[in-house]
Design a protein around this ligand. Structure first.
Ligand SMILES: *[C@@H]1O[C@H](CO)[C@@H](O)[C@H](O)[C@H]1NC(C)=O
Ligand SMILES: *[C@@H]1O[C@H](CO)[C@@H](O)[C@H](O)[C@H]1NC(C)=O
Ligand SMILES: *[C@@H]1O[C@H](CO)[C@@H](O)[C@H](O)[C@H]1NC(C)=O
Ligand SMILES: *[C@@H]1O[C@H](CO)[C@@H](O)[C@H](O)[C@H]1NC(C)=O
Ligand SMILES: *[C@@H]1O[C@H](CO)[C@@H](O)[C@H](O)[C@H]1NC(C)=O
Ligand SMILES: *[C@@H]1O[C@H](CO)[C@@H](O)[C@H](O)[C@H]1NC(C)=O
Ligand SMILES: *[C@@H]1O[C@H](CO)[C@@H](O)[C@H](O)[C@H]1NC(C)=O
Ligand SMILES: *[C@@H]1O[C@H](CO)[C@@H](O)[C@H](O)[C@H]1NC(C)=O
Ligand SMILES: *[C@@H]1O[C@H](CO)[C@@H](O)[C@H](O)[C@H]1NC(C)=O
Ligand SMILES: *[C@@H]1O[C@H](CO)[C@@H](O)[C@H](O)[C@H]1NC(C)=O
Ligand SMILES: *[C@@H]1O[C@H](CO)[C@@H](O)[C@H](O)[C@H]1NC(C)=O
Ligand SMILES: *[C@@H]1O[C@H](CO)[C@@H](O)[C@H](O)[C@H]1NC(C)=O
Ligand SMILES: [Cu+2]
Length: 584
């Protein structure tokens, strides 16, 4: 499949007539001037040297002694991110949520209050990609590491954890498919940079999301209805902004014209760092900037040997840091764009809703004009990530022979009422009132089969071969670790590893579609250096809800020593949730 995305006539007005408050609340993402993030936080002192000094960039994080405090109040509100009226979730009145920023090694403390006015809508926040070493109860997964934070201000919970990776990440709700409604935001952890890399401006996060005008509860109802309906994205947003064609026949009076696209600023001849994040629900994204080359420097929280490309692939949950040389003239205007690459939701939407657009204005450009640049061609590659032999970690790490190897086969089945996904024949179900980590910490390993617990004991290394018989892609995410991606393909793995001296490492990687006769495989490996209960799951919220989750139980014998200090707050959150559940 070769795609050429032409200039789009219906790109909306250059200047939004709907207010920023109406589309995104108090968020300023995607408005001019673009943020210019610093290389590190100086805390108002005259620090000229970064706090990580000569610490080995490939080693454990430094201890900085600094704590970054945040207060998050979660609410719902009616916003018009692309012109369409939707009840979105706001963090401190912002959609998408505010930036969490720290230096490598800092402690981050986020006090979260759930003020959603609802009968049953809890909240948890997951800090995607951080390992939560020694703090597994702060990983933010309901039914695994904690109970949901009860709504209506009945409860709050303070997450405290170390910024133990550096680069670009994000936080998002792990409650049901809640982040689809906007409960997410970016995280930037300043850290060492590869020696050959420099840049002039850090434009910060570029959050890309497939977007649904109905709420996630309705989305789940449709997907699990009888017969199950194919869910189709209504739009594709950048930094929470898009322009829906309110004249489309199926749209009623809930659409207001005048929403604006995200805008960014370039300075001619300068190098710009952009932090791409797929904050979406289902869609694979193909990101490009018309007429510009992209130099890739990191995937997830892992620095890469820089390489240059025109298009970057991101599955839900994944991040890619790029440097872009602004080679245009000072008056140029260009489209930044991201195309959904997604077979199962293709029909009956227009190209416009499948391509997220944002305008890039050079320093002397007329900002009331829209770009008229042409898109870049790309080829679908069965929804895989960019080639493993191209994406090579900057700091090499050789995977040892594994102490144990596990194969897990993914199947999907449809019955009269719903569809379900299975990992080795078992479809995951959580009990939000009984987090697995807490049961196991109390010495109870006899949990229901539907918890999909894989006890890897004290093995120092685990290799996992995922065997996918399902015809959709699955962005697989492991909590608590970066994994090695040893191989991917169709059929039976022949044992060969791509770049055996230094395979790709990251925290999320796409398992491509397969069939029963020709399943696809993805071979992952990690070091068991982080005692805990870590979900390994498809990042598509619908698939996780359908059961595509397994729990990696790591070094349970070390729990007694390591877990003495499960905070009282974790138990209190469960009590609050139970009281709340009894009252409704
Ligand atoms: C968070 O809220 C608490 C209690 O209201 C307040 O004392 C503290 O200063 C706030 N912290 C920040 C970073 O806003
Ligand atoms: C948005 O939808 C809500 C719920 O239907 C409604 O109460 C509100 O008036 C709508 N807002 C506008 C501006 O139409
Ligand atoms: C939508 O319809 C209005 C009124 O007919 C028209 O002025 C406007 O240009 C149309 N917008 C688009 C994007 O086609
Ligand atoms: C960036 O582009 C400018 C103008 O095209 C060129 O002169 C410069 O060498 C480029 N910088 C880098 C680091 O490639
Ligand atoms: C999508 O539309 C094309 C052209 O109208 C049609 O041939 C194809 O069968 C449709 N695919 C699905 C999955 O509905
Ligand atoms: C910017 O473009 C608009 C629309 O074409 C035009 O009206 C305006 O005069 C231009 N501004 C400048 C400073 O050129
Ligand atoms: C975009 O493509 C069209 C059709 O191929 C061409 O006529 C036009 O010059 C191109 N525009 C730019 C800015 O390259
Ligand atoms: C379909 O599967 C779901 C989930 O496994 C189950 O709850 C339901 O009872 C099944 N329905 C039928 C008709 O088998
Ligand atoms: C362990 O947990 C399971 C599931 O929550 C429960 O049914 C069982 O009674 C518990 N066992 C013990 C010994 O507490
Ligand atoms: C290693 O993992 C396997 C499961 O893959 C488990 O059966 C075995 O007991 C583990 N070995 C140790 C030493 O914990
Ligand atoms: C993968 O799944 C297929 C279909 O269930 C099965 O035939 C095959 O043996 C599995 N492969 C492995 C390596 O387990
Ligand atoms: C193993 O599979 C890889 C990827 O398909 C292929 O490049 C390689 O040649 C194969 N090696 C052997 C020994 O068959
Ligand atoms: Cu999936």
């Amino acid at each position: 499949m070769v795609h050429l995305v032409p200039f789009l006539g219906m790109a909306g007005a250059a200047v939004a007539s709907l207010s920023q408050l109406a589309t995104n609340g108090h968020s300023t993402w995607g408005t001019l001037p673009s943020p210019n993030l610093p290389q590190f936080l100086t805390d108002g002192t005259s620090d000229l040297e970064p706090p990580w000094g000569n610490v080995d960039p490939a080693g454990p994080p430094p201890t900085t002694g600094v704590t970054r405090h945040y207060n998050f109040t979660i609410t719902r509100g009616f916003k018009f991110p692309d012109g369409f009226n939707k009840s979105v979730i706001l963090v401190n009145d912002q959609f998408p949520g505010p930036l969490i920023e720290a230096n490598w090694g800092d402690i981050i403390s986020v006090a979260v209050t759930n003020n959603i006015d609802s009968q049953d809508e809890g909240v948890t926040l997951h800090w995607h990609g951080l390992t939560q070493r020694n703090t597994p109860w702060n990983d933010g997964v309901p039914g695994v590491s904690q109970c949901p934070i009860a709504p209506r201000g009945a409860s709050s919970f303070t997450y405290i954890f170390q910024a133990d990776q550096y680069g670009t990440g994000w936080y998002h709700s792990h409650f049901s498919a809640q982040y689809d409604d906007g409960l997410y935001g970016p995280m930037v952890i300043h850290g060492p940079l590869q020696s050959e890399i420099t840049y002039d401006h850090d434009l910060g996060p570029v959050m890309i999301s497939d977007y649904y005008r109905i709420g996630y509860s309705e989305l789940l109802e449709l997907s699990f209805s009888d017969p199950p309906r194919t869910v189709r994205a209504d739009d594709n947003l950048i930094n929470g902004k898009g322009v829906y064609d309110c004249n489309a026949t199926e749209v009623d009076d809930q659409c207001l014209a005048g929403a604006g696209r995200a805008r960014f600023q370039f300075q001619s001849g300068k190098l710009h760092r952009l932090r791409l994040i797929n904050t979406g629900s289902l869609a694979n994204q193909k990101f490009s900037i018309d007429g510009h080359e992209l130099t890739v420097i990191a995937n997830d929280y892992v620095p890469l040997k820089p390489y240059t490309t025109r298009v970057v692939t991101l599955g839900p949950g994944q991040r890619t840091d790029i440097i872009v040389n602004a080679t245009g003239s000072p008056t140029d205007v260009a489209w930044m764009r991201s195309d959904m690459d997604m077979a199962c939701s293709e029909n009956s939407t227009t190209t416009a809703t499948h391509t997220a657009l944002a305008a890039i204005y050079y320093e002397s450009a007329n900002t009331t004009l829209l770009p008229r640049t042409n898109g870049t061609t790309w080829e679908s590659n069965n929804y895989r990530n960019d080639p493993l032999d191209l994406t090579v970690p900057y700091y090499p790490l050789i995977p040892p022979e594994p102490e144990t190897t596990q194969t897990v086969t993914i199947t999907v089945s449809y019955n009269a009422t719903t569809f379900a996904m299975f990992m080795d024949g078992s479809s995951f179900q959580a009990d939000y009132s009984e987090p697995a980590l807490l049961s196991i910490n109390e010495g109870n390993l006899s949990l229901p089969i539907s918890r999909n617990i894989y006890n890897f004991g004290s093995n120092s290394t685990v290799r996992l071969i995922l065997n996918n018989t399902d015809s959709t892609p699955h962005p697989m995410h492991l909590h608590g670790h970066n994994f090695w991606v040893l191989a991917e393909g169709i059929g039976a793995w022949n044992g060969s590893i791509t770049n055996p001296e230094n395979p790709l490492r990251r925290d999320t990687h796409i398992l491509q579609p397969g069939t029963v006769d020709a399943p696809s495989y993805l071979v992952l490996q990690w070091t068991q250096d982080n005692p805990g209960v870590w979900p390994l799951h498809c990042h598509m919220a619908l698939h996780a809800r359908a059961g595509m989750v397994m729990l990696v139980l790591e070094r349970p014998d070390d729990f007694a020593a390591e877990f003495l200090s499960v905070p009282l707050a974790t138990a209190e959150t469960c009590r609050d949730w139970d009281v709340f559940r009894r009252e409704v």
